[in-house]
Design a protein around this ligand. Structure first.
Ligand code: MGD
Ligand code: MGD
Ligand code: MO
Length: 754
């Protein structure tokens, strides 16, 4: 581009996982303005405040610009600059040595929401290196949900308004007003057009206020009981789709028996939702058609995660809302892409390494065994390639830290952390900290945009690009979640020595005998991935695809299971071992888990532990999303921080009065495992017996060096979330960010002696 020339680039926002279309005005090689892409299918010209803040993010003086190598002790903050090449040489050498001494499984990775296309390339590197120990946030966030759904009906579901809107929409444990603002705008349109909404949330969230025709104020952690109660009402009142159940469902009689254990009066006692509301909402969901269930994080986590997800899948099926327009449409990976094996090489992980996956003995759906069963069942269906998720199979995240500290079941000696801030965001974050500081850990590498509490503990830190500095693609192989493709241009070359994460994994791969499997550039990887689609569309290069095509959707087709397979002359059915929707899951049964959903009281509630509740009487939930931040990110950006300067805890005014807590004052929230500090926000949004605290808080403006670490443990509820087995979901290992017991008192009592 010539000096003085303006250029318009078409990017895809990666400030969360929503993928809004962004137009970037570039002047003299500098991004000067961002705008929503007017005709983009998702955001239609609109952007949230976080997307706009990315110009500040791009040019922020505190961004990491050069690779760093630690020279002092871990956490001391003494670094020297090093080149990418030299750092990669040293790390490759160290990984080779660790593999020789302890085996490849002694190397683990951690990840978050897949920023910078992390998980795909991490997975490729680890499969080829020979380690099964990739840990990631998908274990408790969405990906475990997709695994359970795929086990039950062989496909994924995704809510899409499309040309056939749902008449009834259930929003279950999700607050899209804050967590998915682009999609939320579409939901508002549906509301205006007359769709009915049921919102299930212990808080009167923004979504409850703006959308709900019915709000079920559920006791945290009891969703499985409610879902089973709905199933009970729907079966007992014969509101189910008899025809679909007879033809296409497996295990209905056994489900019926199980559901009898959950009559409305019992479910009301468990969930604190009045019996009448349970019955009426179940009737509404079952009779206002088509209906769709949107789910959020809250049903993916904790002790009942698999039962929650399984019960939700059952509800969709027995009401005849599965794979019908306006209901929950089924889909598989994108057919027109080289997804799966030729991209991640999962099957090249040697068989003797698969069984070594940390947690494989206890969390069998999340690890190799479960993956294998699901993969085999879906294989004939999905273009011979089966279900593939970059995030799974993966190891049980909490086991990584224990293996570092105890050497059991074998030592973990190196950790690569990319796109993730586990010292703040992972459950039991003090244990994460302890493991990362341990002398047992011989190598800790972090790929980051900023110095964070986690990066402070690293031996090497690599500076990575943000989404304005790299080509972005969203599609199935990258997250296992979409069958369509969306692509964005890089708007400027990465500044300083920043690079997309890809070049780290590729650089290591090239040094460790993986030359055959890595291409020269990230753009070439995308061209290979999208080759079938590009050929069909007559597009020559990635740049052309990102500029001209932007996004591509497969044709929308309903009742795909009825389509006749030409080879057998029979309907194709569902991609499960029985070919039906498995209300009774043969995969869960084979793995030794309950084949039907059930409800179990979480380990730390007034019901399961009344004695503890005497001292800690309030029910604590953590991490309800709030704009403008994404998890632990963006506190450095002044335009956003101004909108939300400090952590806040929602407390009911009646409760606050009783506790002597005033609005806006600092309070201590204490649990047997620790205490944190938030500012009290008195609001009737929360139930008088509940407190809601935020997650992700650390303070980039504070002292970086250990032990202060930007005050990473002062307002971070993960100092008292547990990652012990008794709190986790057995099949998937999903940890619990809630519910817990706590007490709250003004901070002045704690800090100032009169
Ligand atoms: N108590 C509690 N804890 C929670 C939750 C909760 O509800 N309550 N929610 C959990 C959930 S669902 C999730 S998904 C996790 C998320 O946990 P994390 O994945 O740790 O989330 P982020 O804070 O977004 O961390 C991303 C880090 O990567 C950096 N980053 C951003 N983009 C890129 C990139 O392109 N490449 C690289 N290498 N780095 C990048 C950011 O600067 C940031 O430090 O948090 C979990 N933690
Ligand atoms: N602004 C912003 N947006 C984000 C993120 C972010 O950090 N910030 N993170 C992204 C990620 S990775 C994720 S996973 C999503 C998560 O986003 P969502 O799926 O929307 O989940 P949350 O906001 O964590 O919780 C949604 C609602 O569930 C309620 N809730 C709490 N406990 C329970 C319960 O036991 N049962 C039920 N039924 N409801 C409960 C909370 O009160 C809250 O209103 O957000 C994504 N979008
Ligand atoms: Mo998440």
């Amino acid at each position: 581009m010539l000096q003085g020339e303006d250029e318009l680039k078409r990017a895809i926002c990666f400030a969360c996982s929503s993928q809004a279309g962004v137009l970037a005005e570039v002047r003299n090689g500098r991004v000067v303005e961002l705008r929503g892409e007017p005709d983009h299918y998702l955001n239609k010209g609109w952007l949230c405040e976080r997307a706009y803040a990315f110009i500040e993010h791009l040019y922020h003086p505190e961004r990491l610009n050069y690779p760093l190598k630690r020279v002092g002790e871990r956490g001391e903050g003494r670094w020297e600059r090093i080149s990418w090449d030299k750092a990669l040489d040293e790390i490759a050498e160290k990984l080779r040595e660790i593999k020789e001494r302890y085996g490849a499984e002694a190397v683990a990775t951690t990840g978050g929401t897949g920023r910078g296309h992390q998980e795909t390339f991490k997975k490729r590197f680890m499969n080829l290196f020979g380690s099964p120990n990739t840990a990631n946030a998908g274990q408790w966030c969405a990906i475990n949900s997709y695994l359970v759904e795929t086990a039950v009906y062989g496909f994924l579901t995704r809510y899409k308004a499309g040309p056939h809107p749902a008449k009834c929409i259930v929003i279950w444990g999700q607050n899209p007003d804050q967590s998915r603002p682009c999609e939320f705008r579409r939901l508002m349109e549906l509301k205006k057009a007359g769709s009915k909404f049921i919102v299930i949330d212990p808080r009167r969230s923004e979504t409850v206020e703006k959308l709900a025709d019915r709000w079920l104020q559920i006791r945290p952690g009891t969703d499985a009981a409610l879902a089973l109660g709905w199933i009970n009402v729907i079966i007992e009142e014969e509101l189910y789709d008899r025809d679909f159940v007879e033809k296409w469902c497996f295990g209905f009689e056994r489900l019926k028996e199980r559901a009898r254990e959950y009559p409305p009066e019992k479910v009301s006692r468990i969930t604190w939702i009045p019996e009448r509301e349970i019955v009426e909402s179940a009737r509404m969901y079952a009779t206002v058609k088509p209906a769709s269930i949107r789910w959020g994080l809250r049903t993916d986590i904790g002790r009942n995660a698999t039962s929650n997800i399984h019960a939700k899948a059952i509800l969709r099926a027995i009401t005849g809302n599965l794979d019908v327009f306006g209901g929950d449409m089924l889909y598989g990976p994108c057919e027109k892409a080289n997804y799966g094996f030729p991209f991640e090489y999962t099957e090249l992980l040697p068989p003797q390494q698969r069984g070594k996956q940390l947690g494989a003995d206890r969390h069998k759906l999340w690890t190799w065994l479960g993956y294998q069963l699901i993969h085999d069942a879906t294989k004939s269906y999905w273009y011979g390639k089966g279900c593939v998720f970059s995030y799974a199979p993966a190891c049980h995240e909490p086991d990584v830290w224990r293996a570092i500290l105890t050497g059991k079941p074998y030592p973990v000696k190196a950790v690569i952390c990319g796109g993730n801030n586990p010292v703040v965001d992972y459950p039991n974050s003090r244990l994460v900290y302890k493991a990362l500081k341990s002398p047992n850990l011989e190598l800790f590498v972090v790929l980051e945009q900023w110095m964070t509490p986690t990066a402070m503990l690293a031996d090497y830190v690599f500076p990575v690009a943000n989404w304005l500095e790299m080509p972005v693609v969203h599609m199935s192989t990258l997250d296992g979640l979409t069958n369509f493709v969306a692509a964005g241009e890089k708007t400027v070359e990465p500044l300083y020595e920043r690079k997309p994460d890809y070049y780290f994994y590729q650089g290591l791969g090239l040094r460790l005998g993986q030359e055959k499997y890595w291409r020269k550039t990230l753009e070439e990887e995308w061209e290979y991935l999208l080759k079938p689609l590009m050929e069909e569309l007559g597009v020559k290069s990635y740049e052309e695809f990102a500029r001209k095509i932007r996004w591509w959707f497969p044709p929308l087709e309903e009742k795909k299971y009825e389509k006749v397979n030409p080879e057998t002359g029979k309907p194709r059915g569902f991609a499960t071992p029985t070919g039906k929707v498995e209300l009774y899951s043969t995969i869960l049964e084979k793995l030794g888990y309950d084949p039907l959903p059930h409800y179990e009281e979480p380990p730390e509630t007034p019901v399961s532990n009344p004695k503890l509740a005497e001292e800690y009487p309030l029910i604590l939930i953590t991490g309800a999303r709030f704009r403008p931040f994404h998890h632990s990110e963006h506190r450095q950006l002044s335009t956003l921080r101004r909108l939300w300067p400090e952590p806040t805890a929602e407390i009911h005014p009646d409760t606050a009065r009783r506790l002597g807590v005033k609005d806006g004052e600092w309070v201590i929230i204490e649990n047997p495992r620790g205490k944190i500090k938030h500012k009290a926000k008195l609001t009737t949004r929360v139930h008088p017996r509940m407190v809601s605290v935020q997650h992700g808080w650390w303070f980039p403006e504070e002292i970086p060096e250990d032990p202060v670490l930007f005050r990473a443990f002062e307002s971070n509820p993960n100092v008292f979330t547990s990652d012990e087995d008794e709190y986790c979901d057995p099949p998937t290992g999903a940890a619990a960010f809630q519910p817990y017991l706590c007490k709250v008192y003004p901070a002045r009592k704690y800090t100032l002696k009169p």
